[in-house]
Every structure is written in C-alpha cells, then in structure tokens.
Write a protein that binds this ligand. Structure first.
Ligand code: ATP
Ligand code: MG
Length: 150
C-alpha cells in the first residue's frame, strides 16, 4: 500500500471534459483520502517546485499554476506512485502522444508546462508535497491505517 499526491492543473480544471475524465479515472483506481480545490499561489509554488527554481521554465510554470484553481488529491492504492504516473504519461506532451497515446497528458496536455496533471515521483516527494498542500494530513499515521486495512 502506498500514498501519493495528485493534482489536476488549472487548464484541465477549466476543461469540463478533462476534469470529468480525470476524476473518473482517479475514483476507479484509488482510494481518495483527501481532496480539495486549491490555488497554487506563487508562494505555494515556490515550495512545491523548489527543485525547479532557476530552470528556464520555472517562471512560466509558477505563473501558470497560479492562473486558477487546481484540484488536489491524496490517493492510496498498491503502487500508487508508479500507477498514477503511468496513467499520467510522460511530462512532455509530444512524447506522451507518441509513446502513451491513451495517457492523460496525451489526451489533455496542451504544452510541456500545461500538461494536465501532476503526480509525485517518489515516497519522499509524496510526503513533502502533501505536507505543503494538506498541512494537517498525517502521512505516517494514514499509511499505517491503510496497511492495517489490507
Ligand atoms: P509533475 O512534477 O508535474 O508531475 P513531472 O515529474 O513529470 O511532472 P518535472 O520534471 O517534475 O516533471 O517538472 C515539473 C513540471 O514542470 C512539469 O509537470 C511541467 O509542468 C513543467 N516542466 C517540466 N519540464 C518542462 C519543460 N522542459 N518545459 C516546460 N515546462 C516543463
Ligand atoms: Mg515532478
């Protein structure tokens, strides 16, 4: 059992078809432990995307993330981190369309920045990202509960 963090980015929240499609996939594949609408402000984004500070796309990314509400999820399932990232497809949309045509990013990504959704890439990232967006969520305690329930 694993807990991951997923986020539907602003342009996909505005697209009702994309929003419904992604929400349905999440409900069918994971237990939703938390969900909320959140605007990833510049301040939140600077913590969330700390590892990308200084990269050429950083300002573009932070501006885009603050452009409207996102929908955040804490998800549990077996291998949830890899499973959600497979459903998402590659970061870059042209690669997603080529190598994973049925993935979310292939279907609903608009550009390498506006690539529809986010997914944590490791246990450490999941725990860190959840603590930024859901500060009251007790990762270790919830993981323990999930382990007990299987
Ligand atoms: P995410 O962290 O959003 O799930 P990822 O782990 O696949 O995506 P990262 O390398 O962590 O990709 O990049 C974080 C985000 O920064 C990407 O989702 C995308 O929005 C943006 N980004 C990454 N690389 C590029 C790029 N070359 N050009 C433009 N934007 C980029
Ligand atoms: Mg990442």
């Amino acid at each position: 059992m694993e807990i991951t963090f997923a986020l539907i980015k602003p342009h996909a929240v505005k697209n009702i078809v994309a929003l419904q499609y992604v929400t349905e996939i999440i409900k069918n594949n994971f237990s939703v432990l938390q969900t909320k609408e959140v605007v990833v402000t510049k301040q939140l984004a600077s913590r969330f995307y700390e590892e990308h500070q200084g990269k050429f796309f950083y300002n573009r990314l932070v501006t885009f993330m603050g452009s409207g509400p996102s929908i955040a999820f804490v998800l549990a399932s077996k291998d949830s981190i890899a499973k959600w990232r497979t459903i998402l497809g590659p970061t870059k949309v042209h690669k997603a369309i080529y190598s994973s045509p049925d993935s979310i990013r292939s279907l609903y990504g608009l550009s390498d920045t506006r690539n529809a959704c986010h997914g944590s890439d490791s246990l450490e990232s999941a725990s860190r990202e959840i603590s930024i967006i859901f500060p009251d969520f007790d990762y270790q305690e919830e993981l323990r509960k999930q382990m007990e329930s299987v």
